[in-house]
Design a protein around this ligand. Structure first.
Ligand code: ADP
Length: 234
């Protein structure tokens, strides 16, 4: 960060990267979305509610949510092994847990809603960008939801709390805090912290991330509205 508080990619400390979001991009999935979050490029596709395989995973009281976050071999500078890594398994789990409070699956017993996330290009904050795409893809699939899930990270770089940490800041910075938030219910569904913060920095970082989530929510809403009006199905 330079002496004027301008970050390595030219942003101010409280500025999000550019986000572009498109809903309904895959013909064969029940719901889908494509997000460009800075240099992150991520596709999310939804199938379901449909029969659960293997059958022993089925819940006779409600539908279940499954999530797979996967990075393509060409998504990072060195070829990534296409087999799921420990990191991808962990991120699949935290994304599922962040979406779970928003989806209402009680009317779909013995079924599954599958969320497939494919990271085509990664640039730091891919779990948040993936969550943003997955959440509107679920809405696109017509899955009943209590609220949207909007995600954004904040962090500490050069002793300052900054919004939306990019890859370089993630690696060189002092802390990274990905947050997912349900903006209408005012509830946090994911909060992770990599790094060390004082209690006051922690509070500011969380508030900054939630502020970012609220900005992301407006972009998600607009992307859904665009599809809604494009199809003329009011
Ligand atoms: P997030 O993408 O949610 O910030 P991490 O903090 O684990 O998750 O990763 C930060 C960034 O590190 C990723 O967005 C990606 O740019 C990079 N990265 C992750 N895995 C690899 C990998 N196997 N090889 C190279 N870069 C990677």
């Amino acid at each position: 960060m330079n002496e004027n508080g301008i970050r390595c990619d030219g942003r101010k400390i409280d500025q999000l990267r550019n986000i572009s979001l498109k809903v309904g991009v895959l013909k064969n999935a029940d719901g889908s979305a494509y997000i460009e979050f800075g240099k992150n490029k991520i596709l999310a596709g939804i199938f379901g509610p449909r029969d659960v395989h293997p059958k022993h995973m089925a819940d006779s009281d409600k539908g279940i949510l499954r999530c797979r976050y996967h990075m393509s071999p060409f998504s990072v500078t060195e070829r990534k092994n296409p087999a799921p890594s420990r990191r991808e398994i962990e991120i699949s789990k935290v994304i599922k847990e962040a979406l779970q409070p928003a989806v209402i699956l009680k009317d779909f017993p013995r079924t599954v809603v599958d969320v497939f996330i494919e990271v085509l290009q990664a640039d730091g904050g891919s779990r948040c960008a993936a969550l943003d795409a997955a959440s509107i893809a679920l809405a696109d699939a017509g899955i009943p939801m209590r609220d949207m899930v909007s995600a954004c990270a904040a962090g500490k770089v050069a002793d300052q709390i900054v919004l939306d940490v990019n890859d370089e800041e993630d690696k060189e910075g002092q802390a990274d805090m990905p947050v997912a938030y349900m903006p209408n219910l005012g509830k946090v569904t994911l909060m992770q912290l990599d790094g060390i913060l004082t209690p006051s920095e922690y509070k500011k970082c969380l508030e900054t991330a939630i502020g970012g989530c609220k900005q992301v929510y407006e972009i998600q809403r607009k992307a859904l509205m665009e599809k809604y009006f494009e199809n003329g199905s009011q």
